[in-house]
Design a protein around this ligand. Structure first.
Ligand SMILES: Cc1cc2nc3c(=O)[nH]c(=O)nc-3n(C[C@H](O)[C@H](O)[C@H](O)COP(=O)(O)OP(=O)(O)OC[C@H]3O[C@@H](n4cnc5c(N)ncnc54)[C@H](O)[C@@H]3O)c2cc1C
Length: 250
């Protein structure tokens, strides 16, 4: 009799595990995910910068599992609990018995609780929903700015990216590039969107190779990104970021 493997989470971890197991004829594989899609997290910067669409950052898990063959079934379920003694996964709809369980449910952003307002007043891209909300808010803000300015160019538009590791650098570059292209294509004259990239260290990409740091810094500056180093964010409000040295950006 075949054994059942239940996989919780259709991210990179879960899918890779299924790829390894799918040809075993002694196994039946059940994939559970609360979303019907695999989310391509590393591609999200292009999506935010309007270089790609939702269909470019998602893969339908039903089709993906169908492609793996008959031994793999996908169910859109929110996993609520696991009864390890009885070997049962409890979901929002029904329960799944397993012989083997793979938990590949990913991670959640750990909003640093020492920074007041961080969770309430910032955007994240860890989930597709939050990335989409950010993109929509960004575009609405650009539209409001265009409507309000009428050639006077007084509307402030500052985007602050906290953290200059790989993700921060990538998103800063994409947003700066997007802004530049937006103004170039539309021939709008109020080209005053500022992208700030904050590093608490001496450079961007701290800890990486010196060559990479120098090359990335040069590219960021050429895109107009304003790099701020040696500062730590201490507080965030809806329209302002405060630093440990008493300065702020609004
Ligand atoms: C913006 C961004 C860019 C990145 N760029 C890179 C990169 O360039 N290179 C790189 O190597 N890594 C990159 N990463 C990291 C990489 O995306 C993660 O390491 C990877 O996604 C982790 O895979 P995972 O399978 O563990 O989790 P995830 O991909 O997060 O998948 C977890 C899955 O579990 C599901 N799930 C969670 N809880 C439940 C539940 N209770 N019930 C049902 N389903 C559940 C979720 O819906 C999700 O589909 C990036 C991450 C981000 C956010």
């Amino acid at each position: 009799m075949k054994k059942t493997v239940v996989v919780i989470g259709g991210g990179y971890g879960g899918i890779r595990a299924i790829e390894h197991l799918k040809d075993r004829d002694d196994l039946e594989i059940v994939l559970l995910d609360r979303h019907p899609y695999h989310y391509l997290q590393p591609e999200i910067y292009d999506f935010i910068a309007n270089k790609s669409e939702i269909s470019d950052v998602t893969i339908d898990l039903f089709s993906l599992c169908e492609g793996f063959g008959e031994s793999v079934k996908f169910f859109k379920r929110d996993v609520l609990d696991i009864d390890v003694k009885e070997k049962v996964v409890i979901t929002d709809i029904d329960n799944f018995k397993y012989d083997y369980l793979i938990i590949s449910a990913g991670a959640r952003t750990n909003f640093n609780t020492n920074i007041e307002g961080l969770k309430e007043c910032t955007h994240g891209v860890k989930s597709l929903k939050r990335a989409l909300e950010f993109k929509q808010k960004f575009e609405s803000a650009i539209y409001r700015k265009l409507e309000a300015e009428g050639g006077v160019c007084t509307e402030k538009f500052n985007i602050v990216i906290g953290g200059a590791g790989i993700s921060g650098v990538e998103i800063a570059a994409e947003m700066a590039y997007y802004s530049r292209e937006f103004y170039r294509n539309g021939a709008f004259n109020c080209d005053n969107i500022n992208v700030y990239l904050i590093s608490s260290q001496k450079t961007v990409l701290p800890g990486l190779d010196k060559y990479l740091i120098e090359k990335s810094t040069k590219r960021l500056l050429s895109l107009g990104v304003k790099i701020i180093t040696n500062k730590k964010i201490s507080k965030v409000e809806q329209n302002a970021v405060y630093f440990n040295d008493g300065t702020s950006i609004d």
